[in-house]
Design a protein around this ligand. Structure first.
Ligand code: ZN
Length: 460
């Protein structure tokens, strides 16, 4: 795709403005209004870049401060998210790791202690201390503990009761409820398989626990090509990500129409704005930079695995510069934090997923150098597109739990055999090398990614 070879000339892109041909609808009015607000920002940016050619800039220091403050104390605006506290921890830790922001060991220890309080006796993690276990907050807690990556953090996951909780929310057809007696949708399957992979459940356990899950997920694919939350619901970016990532981890690529999913996904990138929408005819939104953006390399990997064509992975199939323009020019708040779209306030959720989308846009081609818009300092660290945590954190969690289950001699032998730079997307350890240690990932400045070449300095 030629447009990916260089940043866009934004003036030229104005020809992609929506034309409602004089027939206004609520949707077209909203779309035209959104484009107008973005156009004002792009126009102003073009004036500013004439004065300062180093633009656009990632406001690392502002985002770092926003995250640091949020981890210690949240505003009352977050009161309604009291049952999502592991989520907030995860959004902060993952955003910080993408920015290579370091937190102290002491603070990370306190975070682990807090997540232990959210752990339920009957398995899984609740939304806060004393709350019932939920698959979404379990996913957030497991991801957070893997990002922290210390022995204490990984040992805070009780795999035995976690398996019991997963069995308690599993339906006989392989679908998963979000909590006991709760809603049944594709998020449940993804949260369960992602956590099971990171905790290295044995292949036999996985086979039983996820029997029928791929087929049930396939039933959620719609006529458009994307996936709904459950069968017969509208295709949606978040659910499509969950479905494709789960199929990646389960080896279920033969169960759905990958070409239709691929076509639907890449058509969710907005021609003028550069970011992604979550559903057909909806507005651009920063968080879909990840949900849809990460879907592209995942679907590419599913197609490559199904057809045995690895070269499919070496092509950019969405406009990676345009997505970075939307994130860097339109989605950064001056005081830190990232947003859905211009005019919206910053929040931790959008900060995490908009930054995750930036990481995908820069690093999604496994065997190429990062594609970075603007100065080198705009480069962020890569994420594992399926789990959305640092690739090294995912690999070390897999291996930590495998080694817990193995006799010491076998674990050592495996450790000596490995030599591999890339972390596979499907949750397999392959022959990957282990860099097992007890340090926190949050305190490391390096990256295990083969395509991350620059050394970053954090601004904390
Ligand atoms: Zn959003």
């Amino acid at each position: 795709m030629d447009s990916e070879e260089r940043p866009r000339n934004l003036t030229q892109y104005k020809r992609f403005r929506t034309n409602d041909e004089g027939r206004k609808t609520f949707t077209s009015i909203d779309q035209i209004r959104t484009e107008a607000s973005i156009e004002r920002i792009y126009d102003r940016y073009e004036q500013l870049v004439a004065l300062d050619p180093t633009l656009p800039k990632l406001h690392r220091g502002d985002h770092a401060r926003y995250l640091q403050v949020s981890l210690e104390r949240l505003s009352t605006a977050y009161e309604s998210l009291d049952s999502s506290r592991p989520w907030m921890v995860y959004w902060i830790l993952n955003s910080a790791s993408i920015l290579n922001l370091r937190f102290s060991h002491e603070l990370m220890d306190r975070v682990v202690d807090f997540l232990i309080k959210c752990r339920c006796k009957t398995g899984g993690f609740g939304g806060g201390p004393g709350q019932d276990a939920h698959l979404a907050t379990t996913y957030a807690a497991v991801n957070s503990l893997c990002i922290i990556g210390t022995e204490k953090a990984l040992n805070a996951i009780d795999r035995h009761t976690l398996k019991q909780f997963m069995w308690a929310v599993r339906e006989s057809n392989g679908a998963f409820r979000m909590h006991i007696g709760g809603e049944l949708d594709v998020r449940g399957a993804y949260c369960a398989i992602s956590s099971a992979k990171l905790c290295s459940f044995t292949p036999e356990e996985e086979l039983k626990l996820f029997e029928g899950t791929s087929s049930w997920i396939a039933e959620c694919q719609t006529y458009e090509g994307g996936f709904g939350g459950a069968p017969d619901l509208e295709a949606h970016g978040g659910y499509s990500f969950c479905a494709a990532a789960a199929l990646m981890l389960l080896g279920g690529e033969n169960q759905c129409d990958l070409n239709a999913l691929f076509r639907w996904t890449i058509n969710r990138q907005m021609a003028y704005e550069g970011g992604f929408q979550g559903r057909t005819n909806k507005l651009v939104d920063g968080c879909y930079s990840f949900w849809q953006g990460a879907l592209v390399p995942i679907v590419q990997s599913l197609i490559a695995r199904k057809e045995g064509q690895q070269q499919v992975l070496n092509v950019s199939l969405f406009n990676r510069y345009a997505l970075q323009e939307y994130v860097l020019i339109c989605c950064q708040r001056p005081n830190g934090g990232l947003i859905d779209k211009p005019g919206k306030p910053a929040d931790l959720y959008h900060t995490c997923y908009t930054l995750s989308g930036l990481a995908v846009a820069q690093h999604c081609e496994t065997h190429s150098l990062p594609l970075v818009l603007g100065e080198e300092m705009n480069e962020v660290l890569p994420i594992h597109p399926v789990h959305n945590i640092p690739p090294k954190a995912a690999m070390e969690a897999y291996r930590y739990f495998i080694e817990l289950d193995q006799p010491a001699s076998a674990a050592n032998e495996e450790q000596c055999n490995g030599k591999q730079d890339d972390v596979p997307m499907d949750g397999s350890t392959g022959n990957g090398s282990s860099e097992q240690n007890s340090s926190s990932h949050m305190s490391e400045s390096g990256s295990s990614s083969s395509n991350y070449t620059s050394s970053r300095t954090s601004e904390d």
